[in-house]
Each structure stands twice: as structure tokens, then as C-alpha cells.
Design a protein around this ligand. Structure first.
Ligand code: IPM
Ligand code: MG
Length: 358
């Protein structure tokens, strides 16, 4: 029987709660399928690890997970540790060296869930945001000088390379091509950012020439927020820089009903390194330990993971199980306006996996 090795890194806050549920659901889907199974290895990296060891993960951490088929990640973020340390010490310390340059964030209004947009019908909000995940505003270029003096200065330089932009554009056009609408929106800010964003636009035009069957348009990021709210049905696949897509994907998740549902895949499309799957929501310390975190974002991320390892049938089955559960309002967690608990939702998804129509 095929065995997939999965590195589980729950991280901080509700990450530990939702990843545990994610593993339960993955086991259930493997059992239901019968042709593969999972081997989970657990890594206790994150804020608590930092408090003991002064770093978010061990020096050889990446080597410990390099050979795994995929990584299931919870979240990094701890109230006692500055956010830039938790981010750069764990999540980016995995994403960037493992060259997970394509961050894929699907957004849909799932059955039973109400979008805050008046009148939006589910089919009218069905997007995939492709976030450049290796450079741009998150390149880490910059510095700070004269701290504590009135002359203090700091820079954060957004760095874009031609190969980096070309590969994310190609990935986005290919993804758009694989979807029924075959439409890509390239988000930019080349009116104000007159160097890198102008190169970004030029490369989009060049790459588009190789995808004649894909229609595409260009949107300034500020106008894009308006279009997402006012004309969601005109969008399908979206590509944006690291920071622009970070912001737009939070808006997208909110428009689809809750940040608690939104999944993400950090892909190394060439498969030289493992890819990493995680819910978007973050560590949410305010609700930690209460048993009310929404595990759907992790389950949907698990669907993306199944797809990535090639288990398409199981991926489809898990997505249908998730949708059957969201369709039942009694199984909504508080972020969706309900009173269900993390464990109720998980048990219902496991039941749906084993159910008659699964
Ligand atoms: C995301 C998150 C992260 C980001 C945070 C937790 C640093 O918001 O995945 O969208 O900004 O990349
Ligand atoms: Mg974000």
C-alpha cells in the first residue's frame, strides 16, 4: 500500500487544535479510500519551542522534513514573541529555502455559508488567488540604522527578479487555463511603483503570449478591492505580489464568509522540496484552548494536499464531505455565527467521509 509521509507542524495557538483534527480527517479519508495511508511525524516547533531553545525550529529543522511528501502546518504567532520573529523563524524559514514560490488560495462560498456581500450567489464568487511566495515585499531586503538616535532610518525593499516573476506568471496562466473560465487577472500597482511593478506588467504580457486560450486583464490593487466587492463574478484566477495577495486574500476570505474556512498551499511546483499546506487564519490566541476554532480551513488545506500528492479521488471525496457539513448550519462554529465546536465539526466530516454518498 502507498504510504505518504507527512510532517505535521501545528505551531502556535489554535494551530495545534486544528492540525490534530486535520490528521484525524486525513486518516479517515485514507481508510475510506483503502489504497493508501499516511505516516505522520510530529514536530513541536513554534513559540513554546522558542521559549525553551531561543529559536523557532532546530538548526537542522529543514533537513528533518526535507524528505517528507508534504507538510501540514498550523500557524506561527505567539503573544509573547514579536511577530516578525515567529514568521521569519518558522514559516518563511520553510517556505523560502524550500522554494515554495506559488502560494495558492482558493475562495468559494461553500454551501450553507452566507457571504457578507448582498445578493452574491455561490457560483459568482469562485476565485483562486495565486500569491508570489518567494520574493517581492517579503524578500527580507532592508535594514535599520542609528536605532535610538533621532537619525534612525529603516528600509524594506521589495525585490523582484525576472525568473521569479516569470515563474509565478507561468504558474498562474497555467492554473487559469485549467479552470473552466480560463481567465486571469493580474494585480499590479505600476502607476505608483514605477520599477518592479512595470517589469511585473511587462512579464505578464510576455507570458500571456504563450497562453492564447486564456483571457486576461490587469487591475491596480486598490481598484481590485472595489471589483472584488462590487463585481465578484468578473473574477476567476488572480495573480498578485506577495504583499498585495496577502491583503487581497484576507478580503477574499471574509467575502466568502469567514477567515476560518480559507485554505492555502505553499507549492514547490518542481517538487524538489516538499510543499506545505495550512489554514490562512493564524494562531488566534484569543480563542485558543476553547475548542471553538473552525477546522474547515485545515480540512480544505488537506484537500489541496491530497490533490498535490496525486490522490484526486480522495481529494474530491473530502471536499464533498466538507461541503455536506458546512451545508448544515448546526455545524457552524462561532466565526460563522454558530455554536458548534471544533470536535463536532471534525466528527461530522469523518462521518460524512464514511457516509453512503461519500
Ligand atoms: C498569511 C499570513 C501571514 C503573511 C502572516 C501570519 C505573517 O497573514 O499567510 O496570509 O502575512 O504571510
Ligand atoms: Mg495574510
Amino acid at each position: 500500500m502507498k504510504t505518504y509521509s507527512i510532517a505535521a507542524i501545528p505551531g502556535d495557538g489554535i494551530g495545534t487544535e486544528v492540525v490534530a483534527c486535520g490528521l484525524q480527517v486525513l486518516d479517515a479519508i485514507a481508510k475510506r479510500d483503502g489504497s493508501f495511508k499516511f505516516k505522520f511525524d510530529h514536530f513541536d516547533w513554534g513559540g513554546e519551542y522558542y521559549k525553551k531553545h531561543g529559536r523557532m525550529m532546530p538548526v537542522d529543522g529543514r533537513d528533518q522534513i526535507r524528505k517528507h511528501d508534504a507538510i501540514l502546518f498550523g500557524s506561527a504567532g505567539h503573544p509573547e514573541i514579536p511577530d516578525h520573529i515567529t514568521l521569519w523563524g518558522l514559516r518563511l524559514a520553510i517556505c523560502q529555502p524550500f522554494d515554495q514560490y506559488a502560494n495558492v488560495r482558493p475562495t468559494r462560498v461553500l454551501p450553507g455559508i452566507t457571504s457578507p456581500l448582498r445578493n452574491v450567489k455561490d457560483k459568482e464568487l469562485d476565485w483562486v488567488i495565486v500569491r508570489e511566495n518567494s520574493e517581492g515585499e517579503y524578500a527580507g531586503v532592508g535594514g535599520r540604522v542609528h536605532q535610538g538616535s533621532p537619525l534612525e532610518a529603516a528600509t524594506d525593499v521589495a525585490m523582484f527578479t525576472r525568473p521569479g516573476v516569470e515563474r509565478i506568471m507561468r504558474f498562474a496562466f497555467r492554473l487559469a487555463q485549467s479552470r473552466p473560465r480560463k481567465h486571469l487577472t493580474v494585480v499590479t500597482k505600476s502607476n505608483a511603483q514605477r520599477h518592479a511593478m512595470v517589469m511585473w506588467d511587462e512579464i505578464a504580457t510576455e507570458v500571456a503570449a504563450g497562453f492564447k486560450d486564456v483571457t486576461w486583464d490587469k487591475m491596480l490593487v486598490d481598484a481590485m478591492t472595489v471589483r472584488m466587492v462590487m463585481r465578484p463574478e468578473t473574477l476567476d484566477t488572480i495573480v498578485a505580489t506577495n504583499l498585495h495577495a496577502d491583503i487581497l486574500s484576507d478580503l477574499a476570505a471574509a467575502l466568502a464568509g469567514s477567515l476560518g474556512i480559507a485554505p492555502t498551499a505553499n507549492l514547490n511546483p518542481e517538487r524538489k522540496f516538499p510543499s506545505m499546506f495550512e489554514p490562512i487564519h493564524g494562531s488566534a490566541f484569543d480563542i485558543m484552548g476553547k475548542g471553538v476554532a473552525n477546522p474547515i480551513g485545515t480540512f480544505w488545506s488537506a484537500v489541496m494536499m491530497l490533490d498535490h500528492v496525486g490522490e484526486r479521488v480522495a481529494a474530491g471525496r473530502l471536499m464533498r464531505a466538507i461541503e455536506r457539513v458546512t451545508a448544515d448550519k448546526r455545524l457552524h462554529t462561532p466565526d460563522l455565527g454558530g455554536t458548534a465546536r471544533t470536535a463536532d465539526v471534525t466528527a461530522a466530516v469523518v462521518d460524512a467521509i464514511h457516509g453512503a454518498n461519500a
